[in-house]
Design a protein around this ligand. Structure first.
Ligand SMILES: Cc1cc2nc3c(=O)[nH]c(=O)nc-3n(C[C@H](O)[C@H](O)[C@H](O)COP(=O)(O)OP(=O)(O)OC[C@H]3O[C@@H](n4cnc5c(N)ncnc54)[C@H](O)[C@@H]3O)c2cc1C
Length: 503
């Protein structure tokens, strides 16, 4: 490729949803002096309009960019998220919280849940969640953050407002925004590299490196470069969603609700000014009309928007980087909204690109490394999400029978077997979800380990009692000091400096 020897300085981002503006914000803030960055978006086409729950690493990303938290929370009507409450997943009537915190205290040889399992065998009837600060705070509807706060949290945010917030940020750091509909993508006849985007009306945007953030359309990656898609719907059968916004009916709780139903699940995401709802389902097991009817029966508060059907396919693009184009966001694939991982994967994708940025030209080794890291990261996220569907006692509908009996990826089957045999859980290198997450979800979904590590057996009953009580009482005391989440948000966002958007 002749392009490989060319310096890269002109970056063109196609698409201005969450992916496009996250990419623009990161590149402009961190590499803006070395790059000329243009973003093209079309108001006529609009964005997917969902994606309101996040996970804690987004805070690190914001810190890296110097984004002021109060300003961000006020601009995006954000609330705090301490985890996700899963209802009816293991079986109907069940409920557990996958919280962002650590559980108990770990020994180097084995994690806390082994001590908890032994305590259960000794007759202590505590819940594993009693040992997690974030979970207890979530249940109590309490929250506070400060630089010294021990609480690990993420945000619920308004996706449209977040894109606008990042747009203002990016334009300050020199990004040129172009409004228009891309009608053609021009490639170099010899190399096949993308050279320019042609907008309706004929305007041409030239670039050296292109970032495809055009959502499910994948205009550059799929339609132009023909990079195919690996379908994962045999593991993740939901392919449709009906989002709907309603007015808030009470104080915002600091967690997302995920309520399983006979062919998928429903989300509830509390923001400052409203609630985001949506029903996720498989169109093979539930019709759109049934889904809309079901959603309307299960919302609280007045409707702000009308329900609309979004169709998607779970899976990933064979390559996230091909020639001089990198796909981010929905253009690169979509696992499932269940654990709110998509925005996080956009962040890691753009971070990876900045680490491997091809200033001196695109080379096969850079592309391979990027694609390899992306593949491995996504497969681990996929396994974690498939776990929720597969480990269940629900068998009352075709959908759940399919999920329970499906053959899962070998990597997941191995993890489930390890946990079932001796409660062993692990976090692979470069893996997003920690041991605490795997344990909470495996136990929460009803997986019962037959054995556990023998180390806790060295403790007497009195020692175990003291150990567990000590942990629980220190959590109780921290939670009792926290303000109500709603009060904290009201106060924190009110105190934000109205004049400065960024530090
Ligand atoms: C039902 C559902 C729920 C979700 N929930 C979550 C969640 O809770 N948490 C989470 O992290 N993620 C979630 N996601 C994923 C999240 O919504 C996306 O990762 C995120 O919004 C990024 O989308 P995007 O920017 O890739 O695509 P889009 O928002 O679709 O943006 C595409 C952009 O490309 C532009 N474009 C397209 N074609 C053209 C053209 N021809 N010319 C010019 N511009 C064009 C559009 O105008 C738009 O600006 C969810 C997704 C779905 C489907």
């Amino acid at each position: 490729m002749s392009q490989d020897n060319n310096k890269i300085s002109r970056v063109v981002i196609a698409g201005g949803g969450t992916a496009g503006w996250i990419a623009a914000a990161a590149l402009s803030k961190k590499l803006g002096e070395l790059l000329d960055i243009t973003l093209v978006e079309s108001e006529q086409i609009g964005t997917v309009g969902v994606g309101e729950a996040t996970i804690p690493p987004l805070r690190t990303f914001h810190k890296l960019l110097g984004i002021d938290e109060k300003q961000f929370m006020r601009a995006t009507q954000a609330t705090a998220k301490l985890g996700i409450a899963f209802e009816n997943w293991g079986k109907k009537g069940d409920r557990y919280i996958h919280a962002f915190g650590k559980m108990g205290a770990t020994a180097w040889m084995c994690d806390f849940h082994h001590f908890w399992l032994h305590g259960r065998e000794m007759g202590f009837d505590s819940d594993i969640g009693d040992f997690c600060l974030e979970l207890q705070a979530a249940e109590a509807g309490k929250f506070a953050t400060s630089p010294k706060s021990p609480v690990n949290f993420a945000y619920h945010l308004d996706a449209g407002k977040y894109a606008k917030f990042l747009r203002t940020f990016s334009e300050r750091y020199g990004v040129t925004r172009v409004e228009g509909k891309i009608s053609e993508v021009e490639q170099n006849h010899e190399t096949g590299n993308i050279e320019s985007l042609v907008l309706e009306g004929g305007r041409r945007i030239n670039g050296d490196l292109f970032i495809d953030c055009t959502g499910f359309r994948a205009l550059l990656m799929q339609k132009t470069l023909g990079v195919g898609f690996e379908d994962w719907s045999h593991w993740l059968p939901c392919n449709s969603a009906v989002p709907l916004q309603t007015e808030a009916t009470g104080p915002a709780m600091p967690y997302t609700r995920s309520i399983a139903h006979e062919a998928g699940w429903q989300w509830r995401i509390p923001l400052q000014n409203r609630v985001g709802n949506g029903l996720v389902y498989s169109s093979h097991f539930m019709s759109d009309d049934e889904a809309i009817e079901k959603l309307l029966l299960n919302i609280e508060g007045e409707m702000i928007t009308e329900p609309r059907v979004i169709r998607y396919q779970t899976g990933r693009r064979h390559q996230a980087w091909s020639r001089n184009c990198v796909a981010l966001g929905l253009a690169s694939g979509f696992v499932e909204p269940l654990e709110s991982t998509s925005i996080h994967l956009i962040v890691t994708g753009i971070t990876r690109l900045m680490q491997l940025f091809p200033f001196d030209g695109v080379s096969p080794s850079l592309v391979d490394e990027y694609n390899q890291q992306t593949r491995e990261e996504l497969e681990k996220v996929r396994d974690f999400i498939v776990l929720h569907y597969h480990v269940t006692e629900r068998e009352e509908s075709d959908f759940w029978r399919h999920c329970k009996n499906m053959q899962v990826p070998e990597t997941l089957a191995r993890r489930v077997a390890l946990f079932e045999e001796r409660a062993h859980a692990y976090q692979d290198s470069g893996e997003l979800f920690r041991v605490d997450s795997w344990v909470q979800v495996m136990l929460g979904q009803g997986l019962k380990p037959k054995g556990y590590h023998p180390l806790p057996r060295l403790m007497s009953e009195a020692e175990m009692q003291k150990f567990q009580e000590g942990l629980k009482s220190s959590i109780r005391s921290v939670v009792s000091e926290l303000p109500a989440h709603q009060d904290f948000i009201d106060q924190y966002c009110r105190s934000a400096d109205r004049d400065t958007l960024v530090q």
